[in-house]
Design a protein around this ligand. Structure first.
Ligand code: UDX
Length: 449
């Protein structure tokens, strides 16, 4: 067999925790470091601070086997490590630029602790050139031999473990043969394609990939908006487009736009990176703008149905930025609920697991957090679906109609299909499917040839 590597992961957030746990599962010896003591204490007691399918049992197994440990002691772990993985946060600064202070701090501490040849991997999403900065900072603090490499992470929340264990590709950006060999060894039990690039290209691959996916979403959302005007159905359009292998069928679901910890931040950061080089990334700026406006289309639909929102009670199903996660970062729900409140509506919200996180950020002014979907919808003037949780699919539209005071359902994620709506009196608005809109006030205009 191949040797077990000693790995230190710095930052026990989403990326750090999941990749640390997966590398332990792949047979390496992993220590996850975080400077938040409470988090490390929790993890050592077997509690997982994030909701992620399949993560908890993997943590428990590997802790028991002794292949996974959690600690706040960076130096002692880095000293023994063959590979150090930087997975700290790179939050947006107010101007959209990535804040690199956590990366720089980590690099400094790594430099002071290094002992023996070590490969320092950056997994955090960082602007092109950051790995070279990391190299310079480490070099200022050590005389030991080391190399840096960029190994970007493409995991999605909700399927993070599966994505990490079966990635579409592994990108290894490095300028050193020795580091390349060690990192191939690190991934030896994965069957995925390994693509070796130079460091700057690896850094760019991450931004370009996320920006491209965000572009697909904004593209299909604009097609949906046009479909509403011309009387076409965006789900059928996307289905038809997806069979072209060059287009592909994924990331063509129209809705209220993308949120989450990556797309909003990374698109802004790439616009900034280009701007610093005096390049105006017009296409990506539009992608961001379309995404912002798409969230508010739901408000326009509500306003046209209810003739004003003042004093209305609006039910909201779904607060997470997508299903199967309790993460609310950049969730469309923030802007939509704020817009409802600004227009004088009262909100009753329900999410299967993300409500506490949402409340912690948004507060409870003018919003009631409900125990279940029924309680939120009960006697409301309209219901908006903002996240396509599976359990909403299970509720029949005729039940929704019974619960609501007025039969208005605004489906921001195209959860229901024609058959489920048949027989109800719901006034139903979805995204880009005008044929399913019942009880619309405006007729769909026909195209004149
Ligand atoms: C994303 C990338 O997929 C991942 O590769 C990267 O590492 C991090 O960012 P994540 O943010 O977890 O992952 O979620 P993802 O499933 O990609 O969805 C992002 C957002 O796009 C969600 O708000 C989702 O609702 C929205 N989306 C996605 C659409 O609106 N339509 C689609 O067709 C797909």
């Amino acid at each position: 067999g191949v040797d077990t590597l000693k790995i230190t992961v710095i930052g026990a957030g989403y990326v750090g925790l999941v990749s640390g746990v997966c590398f332990a599962e792949l047979g390496h010896e992993v220590t996850c470091i975080d400077n938040v003591e409470q988090k490390i204490k929790q993890l050592n007691q077997g509690e997982v601070p994030i909701y992620e399918l399949g993560l908890q049992p993997l943590i428990a197994d590997n802790m028991e086997k002794g292949t996974l440990a959690f600690s706040t002691e960076l130096a002692s772990s880095v000293k023994q490590a063959d590979v150090v993985i930087i997975a700290v946060g790179t939050p947006s600064l107010p101007n959209g630029q990535a804040n690199l202070s956590y990366i720089e701090q980590a690099a400094k501490e790594i430099g002071m602790a290094l002992s023996g040849y070590t490969v320092i991997v950056t997994k955090s999403t960082v602007p092109v050139g950051t790995n070279e900065k990391v190299r310079a900072i480490i070099a200022q603090h050590t005389d030991e031999e080391f190399d840096v490499a960029s190994v970007p992470e493409f995991l999605r929340e909700g399927t993070a473990v599966m994505d990490t264990m079966n990635p579409d590709r592994i990108i290894i950006g490095t300028d050193s043969q020795r580091a390349e060999e060690r990192l191939i060894e690190l991934h030896h039990s994965l069957t995925s394609n390994i693509i070796v690039t130079d460091i700057r290209s690896a850094e760019m691959i991450k931004y370009a990939s996320n920006a491209f996916l965000a572009t697909k979403i904004s593209f299909i959302n604009e097609i949906a908006n046009i479909c509403e005007k011309v009387g076409a159905d965006v789900t059928q359009v996307a289905h038809g487009m997806g069979y072209d292998k060059r287009i592909g069928s994924s990331f063509l679901k129209a809705g209220i736009g993308y949120g989450g910890s990556c797309f909003p931040k990374d698109t802004q950061a790439l616009i900034q990176i280009a701007g610093q080089m005096d390049y105006d990334f017009k296409l990506l700026k539009s992608v961001v703008e379309v995404n912002r406006e798409q969230r508010l289309n739901i408000i326009h639909k509500l306003e046209s149905l209810l003739e004003g929102l003042k004093g209305r009670t609006i039910a909201v199903w779904g607060l997470a930025f997508k299903p199967e996660t309790d993460d609310v970062r950049e969730a469309p729900a923030f802007e939509i609920i704020a817009a409802l409140r600004e227009r004088g509506a009262f909100v009753k919200a329900y999410d299967p697991i993300a409500a506490p996180n949402f409340e912690a950020q948004y507060g409870s002014d003018g919003i009631a957090y409900c125990e279940d979907a029924r309680e939120a919808a009960w006697q409301a003037d309209a219901l908006c679906i903002l996240t396509e949780w599976g359990e909403f699919q299970q509720v029949s539209p005729s039940e929704i109609q019974e619960w609501l005071k007025s039969p208005y359902l605004i489906d921001g994620r195209n959860v229901y299909d024609q058959d489920q709506l048949a027989g109800t009196q719901l006034v139903y608005y979805s995204v880009g499917r005008p044929g399913m809109n019942k009880g619309m006030r405006e007729e769909v205009p026909l195209l004149s040839l």
